[in-house]
Design a protein around this ligand. Structure first.
Ligand SMILES: [Zn+2]
Length: 375
């Protein structure tokens, strides 16, 4: 959501990352629990105890969300859909799918497994809570477990709402897709409901805020914002992928890109190329052969006083699958590679020959023309 994500750990082959916005949420959750929820429910404990409960509750929530997303990811992997990793952000998490599910039934099962796992974790926590009460665990301990039982139940229920891209919305989309065989229409309808529901939560949150229920108001507002944006973004993404699917790269490839010779010094590169053409990536070509590329990202790592004594060849990045793409790839492959490597330009390469450059900017210009003419 804010761009940069932090890697946390690897779990059964999936990378778990957090968006910086989640840190704010983790603090807000701990705070809401420590000063609101727990003191209200369990009287006469120390501030320190409430904070320990609040932090334990937030960590438990965090793990519950990971378990939920992990279930989606494992099911997706079984259906052969590549999942890059799990990112936790504002409200909940997202399993990063590189592709859309191939069929309505697959999507339905992938979606429904998330709420099922949350419901089961909730029930398990409730069982542990009952056991704890029976053997006489102290209230601050069983209180946190009861909270986790409740929050997992809530997670299951909230995710079952038919508001895309929540799981229930995905299930609705799968059902509509199954009935009419039209994924675009099914996405438009379910994303419309998702966006509308988000808007409702935003207004409902504002209403709570005005009437003095600040914490509840704030949460409703944030969740509504998240949902509305996510619904709109998912629909946009689908339109983008559908429109670009199967489009060959030559339709928007620049076939005579600016290239640089390997013996050029960095100060000359910056002056004569970067400040002239304003690109962030330049292929390095010697005797008609592509030897690598130089990026502004790479140049930033070189101290300024070294620029006159350093040549492009000294610091160029070699060609690799992250900065190159074959001529037979289609636009969606280029797009997903750019997204994954966080770059806006790819070199189109046939063995060691540079055929051209595809840029995100040109691809988007093509996309908007195609949407304008064909829809
Ligand atoms: Zn889910």
């Amino acid at each position: 959501m804010f761009g940069k994500q932090f890697r946390l750990f690897q779990l059964v082959g999936f990378e778990v990352k957090i968006d910086p916005s989640w840190i704010i949420i983790a603090l807000l959750v701990s705070w809401s629990l420590s000063v609101g929820y727990f003191p209200h429910k369990y009287l006469n404990y120390s501030t320190r105890t409430y904070w320990l409960m609040g932090i334990a509750g937030a960590v438990g929530l965090f793990m519950s969300i990971i378990a939920h997303e992990m279930t989606h990811s494992i099911v997706a992997r079984r259906y052969g859909i590549p999942i890059r990793g799990i990112t936790l952000f504002l409200f909940g998490g997202v399993a990063e799918m590189d592709e859309e599910p191939k069929g309505a039934v697959d999507e339905f099962i992938m979606a429904v497994m998330g709420p099922i796992s949350s419901a089961m974790i909730g029930l398990a926590c409730y069982g542990i809570y009952l056991f704890g009460r029976y053997v006489g665990w102290p209230y601050p301990v069983s209180g946190v477990i009861l909270y986790l039982a409740m929050i997992n139940g809530l997670l299951a229920a909230f995710n079952l709402l038919p508001a895309f891209p929540l799981d229930g919305g995905r299930m609705l989309r799968a059902a509509l897709w199954h009935i009419k065989g039209n994924l675009k229409w099914a996405t438009r309808v379910s994303a419309g409901i998702g966006s509308g529901f988000g808007l409702f939560l935003i207004f409902y949150g504002v209403f709570h805020f005005i009437t003095g229920q600040f914490i509840a108001g704030m949460w409703l507002f944030l969740i509504g914002m998240f949902l509305k944006n996510a619904a709109e973004a998912s629909y946009q993404q689908l339109i983008t992928l559908r429109t670009l699917e199967g489009e060959p790269l030559w339709r928007f490839m620049n076939t005579s890109p600016v290239t640089v010779p390997p013996n050029l010094t960095i100060d000359n590169l910056v002056e004569d190329y970067i400040y002239t053409y304003h690109h962030k990536l330049y292929p390095v070509v010697a005797d008609g052969r592509l030897t690598g590329c130089i990026t502004t990202r790479r140049i930033k790592e070189i101290p300024r006083d070294q620029w006159p004594h350093t040549t492009v060849d000294d610091v160029a990045t070699s060609c690799n699958p992250d900065n190159t793409i074959g001529p037979d790839a289609d636009a969606t492959e280029a797009l997903s590679k750019m997204r994954r490597t966080n770059s806006g330009r790819l070199m189109v390469v046939d063995r060691d020959r540079l055929l051209g450059i595809v840029s995100l900017k040109d691809m988007m210009a093509f996309l908007s023309l195609k949407i304008e003419l064909e829809s």
